[in-house]
Design a binder for this molecule. Sequence first.
Ligand SMILES: Cc1cc2nc3c(=O)[nH]c(=O)nc-3n(C[C@H](O)[C@H](O)[C@H](O)COP(=O)(O)OP(=O)(O)OC[C@H]3O[C@@H](n4cnc5c(N)ncnc54)[C@H](O)[C@@H]3O)c2cc1C
Length: 218
Amino acid sequence: YDAVFLGMGLQGVNALAAKDEDADGVVDAVDYIADIRQARDLSRLPVGRRVLVIGGGMTAIDVAVQSKLLGAEDVTILYRRGQEQMKASLFEQDLAQTRGVKIKHWVMPKKVLIKKGKAVGLRCEYTVEKKGRLEGTGETFDLPADMIFKAIGQTFVDAAGGALELSGGRIKVDAERRTSVQGIWAGGDCAAGGKDLTVAAVDDGRRAAESINAFLKA
Ligand SMILES: Cc1cc2nc3c(=O)[nH]c(=O)nc-3n(C[C@H](O)[C@H](O)[C@H](O)COP(=O)(O)OP(=O)(O)OC[C@H]3O[C@@H](n4cnc5c(N)ncnc54)[C@H](O)[C@@H]3O)c2cc1C
C-alpha cells in the first residue's frame, strides 16, 4: 500500500497495583461495557449486589450507572484524588449520583479480600497529596463487595514493536497526523496528544484523509 492509517485505539489495561487483583469477581470495566453493548438479553449478564468501581473517568461513571440500572443494590466509585481532579466531568458525576451511585474520594485500593477464591471485598487506604505526590495515610478500612470493577484507564499496546516513534507512550504524529515513518498516518486514541474523545478521533481521521489525498496526488 502507498498509504496506511492506524486507528487501533487502546488495547491494554492499567494494572491496579492492589494485591489479588486477578481474583474471581474483579472485572475489567471496558470488557463489561462491551458485554452490555453486545448482550441480546441483559437479564443474563451477571451483576453484583454490592459493586465497587475503581477509577475516576468516563468508564468508571459508565460502568457504575449501568450496574445500578442492571439492578445492583449498592454501587460506590472509589477515586484516589478529589472531586475536581476526576476526569469525569461534574455533569457526569452528578448524573451518576442522581442514579444512586456513591462516590468516595481520596481512597485507593490496597488488597482484594477473598473467600473461597472469590472477591468478597476490598481493603482501601485513605490518600493525601503532598507536594503534588499522592500517598497513603496508613489508615485503612474494608468495604464488602461481590463485584469490583477496574476502570483505571487503558494503555496503548505498541504492536509495531518500536518501528514508529512514540511520545508519552502513544504514536507520535504531526498536525497532519503523519507518523515518523513516511506513508503511515495515525489518529484517534492510539495517537499522542489527543483528547480520548470520539469527536477528536473523527477529526484525526479527516485530517489524515486530507493529508493522504495530498500525498497520493503529489
Ligand atoms: C467506557 C467508555 C466510555 C466512553 N465514553 C465516551 C463518551 O461519552 N464520549 C466520547 O467522546 N468518548 C467516549 N469514550 C472514548 C471513545 O470511545 C474513544 O475516544 C474513541 O472510541 C476512540 O476511537 P478510536 O477509533 O481511536 O479507537 P477505538 O474506538 O478503540 O477503535 C479501535 C478499533 O481498532 C480495532 N483494532 C485494534 N487493534 C487492531 C488490529 N491489530 N487489527 C485490527 N483491528 C484492530 C479495535 O478492535 C477497535 O475496534 C469512551 C470510552 C470508553 C472506554
